[in-house]
Write a protein that binds this ligand. Structure first.
Ligand SMILES: [Zn+2]
Length: 446
């Protein structure tokens, strides 16, 4: 067996000539599988065709094995077509609800068709399935095997944390989604964006520059151009889109007591960006969608009454959200907290402010929000849990900060300060209610 490697392999049906490096003719034949062996096995194959620009069927060939058969070579291509990964990723996002709707219609259509079938026809199909159960079993095993191969071939490791994850789209496709997302965001925020020379924008830019400069040794920062936009809105949020554009809302800036808190928040957001969590979330959603399409079609095909199908469909979607999507989202949040704290430590921010910030947020939510958060039903870990888990890795972060030659931390721990402020506010609140509570009228019963 002779193995030849080539970068591109053109579908043989369309070929006329194959050439080696030196442009000397290797073979000229139009049979799909068999070629006359005419050159050294290490030669790369070049192909020409009369209408080359119109050539449409190109397959990326990772390897081509040439089996020698009686002075001829049979081509066995072990290739992976690039077609599924070349579908524009944005198209997948648009197709997603349409495919789910099609699954409902198909499943329901199969059920109605089966219901209206005469008894003898039903028996005929049942007998056919029984007679061909081996073939059906093989076909199903093949589909399962291909699905597992697809999943395994799209696994990769996260940078820094080395966690295995599924990535459905290649970087080019993800860039398309991100550019689309950036255009949409810019259009939506429009007039609410503060100018680049606004003091608030400059403050955020300085914090972002500090993080990038201190972490320039991380490979994922290479080639990324971070932009900064401040949205004049009371929304308490900040995020970084995977292209590297930082969005901060003035509501979030009001919540950050100082640049150290802002630095740790933005380090967390930048961690999402360099860990490519955006692409990972889209891939995870894509994987769930592909599985869901089959299950939704099965729900509508098997359950005999439409109202029960609606109920089961709803239950299925809620279960997927609670048991898969939300825990996955919380896991990536915790990972961004872990990596973000390292980025903040290297940038010489007071990393203790990260825990202090979430402690303050937990208090504010409990006191002035809708009561304690229910983590189980949230995309993010609870504020208390974030504060606790950051405290668990705080010593390492402080050590890393010292190793980077940062100035000494203030003797006053901001976490203790926030705790003291929270206690004082809680005491004042109780006293206020004690002093202003209405006397209860006691009606005596005779
Ligand atoms: Zn986050």
């Amino acid at each position: 067996m002779i193995v030849m490697n080539c970068k591109y392999f053109f579908i043989p049906r369309n070929y006329l000539h194959f050439y080696n490096h030196n442009k000397s003719l290797l073979f000229r034949k139009s049979n799909i599988h068999t070629f006359q062996y005419t050159s050294k096995p290490s030669s790369y194959l070049y192909h020409t065709q009369r209408k080359f620009p119109k050539f449409s069927s190109v397959i990326h060939a990772s390897r081509i094995n040439f089996k020698a058969l009686n002075s001829q070579l049979q081509v066995v291509c072990l290739f992976r077509t690039s077609a599924p990964r070349n579908i524009p990723a944005v198209v997948w996002l648009v197709l997603r609800p349409i495919l789910k709707f099609a699954a409902v219609v198909t499943g329901r259509g199969i059920r109605k068709w089966w219901k209206n079938l005469p008894k003898d026809k039903k028996q005929y199909f049942i007998n056919e399935i029984k007679a061909n159960r081996r073939k059906i079993g093989i076909a199903l095993s093949l589909i399962l095997g291909l699905s597992v191969t697809y999943y395994l071939s799209h696994l990769e490791s996260t940078p820094i944390t080395n966690r295995k994850r599924f990535m459905a789209f290649n970087p080019k496709q993800i860039e398309q989604i991100n550019r689309f997302e950036l255009d949409m965001l810019m259009q939506n925020f429009g007039s609410k964006l503060l100018p680049h020379n606004h003091p608030t924008t400059i403050r955020v830019q300085n914090v972002v520059r500090r993080i990038i400069a201190a972490n320039a040794d991380i490979k994922e920062f290479e080639g990324k151009e971070f932009g900064v936009s401040v949205v004049d809105s009371s929304v308490e949020n900040a995020f970084v889109i995977p292209l590297g554009h930082v969005f901060v809302f003035s509501g979030m800036l009001n919540l950050c007591s100082n640049d150290d808190q802002l630095g740790t928040i933005l380090s967390h957001e930048i961690a999402h960006c360099i860990l490519n969590h955006g692409a990972e979330n889209v891939s995870f959603a894509h994987l769930l969608d592909m599985i869901s399409i089959v299950i939704i079609a099965a729900i509508w095909a098997v359950i005999p009454i439409d109202s029960f199908s609606v109920l089961m469909h709803w239950l299925y979607q809620k279960s997927i959200k609670i048991f898969l999507e939300l825990p996955y989202s919380r896991k990536t949040e915790m990972e961004a907290d872990y990596v973000g704290l390292q980025l903040a430590a290297k940038s010489c921010f007071d990393v203790r402010e990260s825990s202090a910030f979430w402690c303050k947020m937990a208090f504010l939510t409990k006191t002035f929000g809708n009561g304690p958060e229910i983590e189980f039903l949230s995309t993010h870990p609870s504020h208390e849990k974030r504060s606790e888990s950051l405290d668990n890795i705080m010593d390492q972060a402080i050590q890393l900060r010292t190793l980077c030659g940062c100035p000494k931390l203030n003797w006053r721990d901001p976490r203790l300060h926030v705790e003291a402020v929270n206690k004082a506010i809680e005491l004042q609140r109780r006293q206020f209610f004690e002093q202003n509570k209405k006397p209860v009228d006691v009606i005596k019963m005779r």
